[in-house]
Every structure is written in structure tokens, then in C-alpha cells.
Design a protein around this ligand. Structure first.
Ligand SMILES: [Zn+2]
Length: 276
């Protein structure tokens, strides 16, 4: 069974939990309507209890390839950058209770190793879920993709560090839903997710992990930009007024390889062109 896009959008309320398939997907939908399965980041619904909330969440404690991880001890590798073909899409945003999610209209893709992935949605975490040598950043943005041909998932992540105002976020933040279930839909205002990515996509981390939210499904191919983008403290404050801390703690690496792009060597002709 393939993921029905309309169903996905309709039940976007349960965020990444919707990225399930067949019976697991239907169970996830029911779970959203059942308080016993409601997961979160505090108290009895916090990450250490996720696997107790539903049998479908067993991977949250038993999985051996869970995310997020600390980005340390990376192995240099020749990583082909993804080909990004994102289009502009009307703003369709929802406060899921666990994040602010922007659903993406069909037709935007990321190609990696010849495999085409469709961009389904993107959403935010604060503080960041992945860390760099034990240091969390202010925020993290996850672009969630599903393979065009299979159930394979890929998340492209960008870390946001405190600094200048992020202009791309301004039109989104202006209408940020502040209460659970609140939506904002504007057919006349479009956003382009590619503008939330660094200009150069040749400095990346890559590893095999999981969804960072129930059902904690694995594997998920993770691509992370090595260069953080900026976000202002006022923008972070606004987000955390809508969504209190929503970062899953670091998970065991379990000897998984973490790959990092080798520095690109300057070609001789580019050096001579710079000096001319
Ligand atoms: Zn996420």
C-alpha cells in the first residue's frame, strides 16, 4: 500500500506518526485519537516512555539504528550531493501538538544515488535534535521525503544557530499557529523550501537512522547539512511559545558509520581564474 497523500494531509495532525503504511498507518491514525497513545516530550508521555504507549512504538526502545545522534567521529567520504528540485507551494501549516508542520504539495523531489524522493512536509524542533560534538543548536528543520518507488524514507536536516533573523522564516512565523490543532492555510502566499537550505549542498553528514518521533521507524536515510543557518533569538522565542522543547534525546550510535563529505579540492583552473 502506498501512502495516500490526501490521507496524509488530512491526518497531518499527528505529524511524523503519519509516515506509516498499511495497518501501521491506520493504527497511527487511531492512536492520535486515543489519549493512551498520545506521545510528547514531558511527563508520562516523554521519549523514555514512548515504547510503553503502543506496541507500534516498540522500535523507540528496541531499535538499534535510532535518531538523533551526536555528529562526532565522522568518516570522510565522497558523498554525492542530493539533487534538489523543490517547487514553491502555498503555505499550509498545522500545530500538531508536537511541532509546527508545513505540508508540501506534490511535485517537489530530492534525488540521491539515482533514487527519487518526494518532499511530503517539513517541520521544526527546538532545541536541535542532532548535536555537533555534544553541542545542541537553537533549532533544527526536517524535510521529510518518501521514495517515489518504495516505502523508503529520507530526512534532510538543517541546523539553525542563534544569530541574525532568518528572512525565509519571517512569512511563516508571521502566521505561526499557537495552539494544538490550529492550522493556517494561505493559497495566495507561497514558500519555497529550497530557500531554507544552504546555497552549497556539498558539505553533508549521512547515516542510517530512524524517525525521531513515534513510531520511531527505521531505517531512515539521514542527510544533514554540515553548515548551520541562522535564526534570531526572537524567532526561537516565538517558536517555543507555540511548541515547548521538542527534541528527542541523543540515541546510541551502536557502531553505525557516520559519513562526512571530504573537503572539496580547488581545481587549478579555478585558482588561476580567481587570480586573473
Ligand atoms: Zn523532526
Amino acid at each position: 500500500m502506498t501512502l495516500d497523500r490526501r490521507t496524509f494531509l488530512k491526518f497531518g495532525l499527528i505529524g511524523l506518526g503519519t509516515v506509516g503504511f498499511g495497518t501501521r498507518f491506520e493504527t497511527a491514525v487511531l492512536a492520535a485519537e486515543d489519549d493512551r497513545h498520545r506521545w510528547g516530550y514531558t511527563g508520562s508521555a516523554s521519549p523514555e516512555h514512548w515504547s510503553e504507549l503502543s506496541p507500534d512504538y516498540a522500535a523507540c526502545s528496541r531499535g538499534q539504528r535510532q535518531s538523533p545522534i551526536d555528529l562526532v567521529d565522522a568518516r570522510p567520504a565522497s558523498l554525492a550531493p542530493p539533487e534538489i528540485h523543490y517547487r514553491s507551494t502555498p503555505i499550509e501549516m498545522i500545530h500538531t501538538g508536537q511541532t509546527i508542520q508545513l505540508n508540501y504539495a506534490p511535485g517537489s523531489t530530492l534525488t540521491l544515488d539515482g533514487q527519487i524522493f518526494n518532499l511530503l512536509q517539513f517541520h521544526f524542533h527546538s532545541p536541535s535534535e542532532h548535536q555537533i560534538a555534544g553541542q545542541a543548536q537553537a533549532m533544527e528543520c526536517h524535510f521529510v521525503h518518501k521514495s517515489h518507488d518504495s516505502d523508503a524514507l529520507l530526512v534532510f536536516a538543517v541546523l539553525l544557530q542563534l544569530g541574525e533573523t532568518n528572512d525565509v522564516l519571517v512569512p511563516i512565523w508571521a502566521h505561526l499557529p499557537m495552539t494544538i490543532g490550529e492550522t493556517y492555510h494561505d493559497r495566495d502566499t507561497t514558500i519555497d523550501a529550497s530557500q531554507l537550505l544552504p546555497a552549497q549542498l556539498d558539505r553533508l553528514y549521512r547515516y542510517d537512522g530512524s524517525l525521531t518521533t513515534p513510531p520511531c521507524r527505521e531505517p531512515v536515510t539521514w542527510l544533514l547539512c554540515a553548515e548551520p543557518l541562522m535564526v534570531s533569538i526572537a524567532q526561537v522565542d516565538r517558536f517555543t511559545q507555540a511548541i515547548p522543547a521538542n527534541a528527542r534525546p541523543l540515541q546510541a550510535r551502536n557502531h553505525r558509520p557516520l559519513l562526512r563529505s571530504r573537503p572539496i579540492q580547488s581545481a587549478p583552473f579555478s585558482q588561476s581564474s580567481q587570480s586573473s
